[in-house]
Design a protein. Sequence first.
Lengths: 329, 362
Amino acid sequence: MIIQFICRAILLGVPLLYGSTGEILTEKSGHLNLGIPGTMYVGAISGVVGSFLYENACGNDIANMNPFLAVIIPLVCALVGASLMGLIYCFLTVTLHANQNVTGLALTTLGIGLGNFLGASLINITKSELPSIALTKTSSFFSAKLPFAEKLGWFGELFLSHDFLTYLAIVIAVVATIVLKRTRVGLNLRAVGENPATADAAGINVTKYKYFATCIGSAIAGLGGLQYVMSYASGVWSNNAFGDRGWMAIALVIFALWNPSIAIIGAFAFGALCNANNYIQGLGTETQELFKMLPYVVTIIVLIITSMRKKREYQPPESLGLPYFREER
Amino acid sequence: MNKTFFHVVKRDDMPLWKAWLIRGATIIIAILLVGIISTVVTGKGFGETYEKMFLGVFGRLFEGKTTMLWKYLQDIAILLSLALALTPAFKMKFWNCGAEGQALMGGLASIICMIELGDKLSYPLLIATIAVTSMLAGALWGVIPAIFKAVFNTNETLFTLMMNYIATQIIAYYVYIKGGGSNVINPVAAGNFPAVGNNKYFVNIVIVAAITVAMFIYLKYSKQGYEISVVGESHNTARYIGIDVKKVIIRTMIISGALCGITGMLLVAGTDHSININSVGGQGFTAILMSWLGQFNPFIMVIMTAIVVFLRLGVAKVADSAQLNSSFSEIMVGIVILMLVGCEFFIHYSIKFNKHKKEVAE
């Protein structure tokens, strides 16, 4: 049962990991993107639309479906949809110097609306009885597991039994850490986030870095939405089911101290907290409701502790949330 | 020499009328755009779309039926009261994203009073208790992040955001207990606001109108309002002229939270007579945008909320009549707000083309 609990925690944690890795990249360029919750919705619904069209093109018959296409089409759709959200955010905040919080919140409204609207429209098209849309065929390709995982007992279940998007999330987080800490691009990006004026003077193209960091970050976050629908929910989209995971991903950024590698552990810990109420024996439904606030309480405690310990490496990027205008120096 | 075709220059000061001309034009373009998108999506005529929109908001107003109009005013009042509550905090550059939770806690206090004290207190005393406890509950939810912001400089955006979800779970817990396992609390008869001439929204609207005027005066003419704007400009400046920054942060968030608590009271005691986790329905976030678009001016906020609520109700009606999901209106509201956010660029900056300059340089 402990193994099952951990596996469930990992499954729940992966969308948060994608979201927070994306947000960390964005924040390192000095932009606090509160549009991430909406972006994750858009990533999810783009993937759903893509796979819906592909399933229909194949006559809704799993035999006609090419496993490679079944995975790559939703994946590309999610990436494109989410990057577009990032692009809108960038255009407004970088090029038009708009307020970051306001732009982000408006994008979240837009993204959640878009997700629910398109979701409801697809449900309308399929004339389904339930208020949801099931893409179980595509999901079966997404949740394909390593064939020998089951033979390895608890070890196999714990480390090898996950879908490929879980491994991809960890790989992306590790790569992001290496890029941020060990490469010139990462150094430049951090310089942009700490002090764009100095970075500009050093010949770094601030605008380009901000655009790329935000769009790539949004694309990564969008994958989180896709993973939620395809792996966690077994391909079933229902409106508002994604909930507040986007906000938790943003909170996780602080928990992880702006380091994607710490975010891996943080995401799984959050997943465990979200799920703890189902695994503690003898809880009534009403106490379960109280237990569901655990992840938020923990986030607040982490927030307070990091703000009390004023260690330099634990602080947010210096110019986070501040607009940069070259001629205003 | 200079390879770009244009460069961007910050404007010193645009005359106010010109700035509002740009904003007004943006609103008109945005509403036209909403009409065009709705027309394309629903496949109905352009004029018909606006007719539906108008009907969705005002109903058969010209035939003397005012029910829809009052509902419209009520929706404006609720969103506006949240936006007003957030304004002093924003003016101080304190990003209070917790209006949702603060209003829910205010609502929770109201419903507890209505259920537990409903038959024990006389009506005026009950209403007074509801008002005081809901303000206290909202203020408590607002002041916790403020204390940590003032003392440790803890990030308030995320702190207030997390407080929303804790409030939601407390409501879920309470509703489960009082609802006897179902997710519904049946409307409580005690402690409801009085209906004026059969109109149950009238008291809510009057209260919010009073808050609007009071907030305008508070921000513009009171000493505390001045302190808020100095702290918002620069913590250091505030310290040099002898303002206790910590005190101002905490005091302002008590006010902001208490006003959110009042909104919770308006929703619970004044409207639904019940509570659930969706009682505020995400309006705490829309209110942030309203407060910002209103430029911290309560009267402009009235106009902005009126436009946004109009679009929300009207476009929902348009979508509904074409058997589309009402989330369509959220998309439209999102687009309009993004356009308004974008248009600020043309107010604060101007684009200068480099062509002429280049010739001189050569």
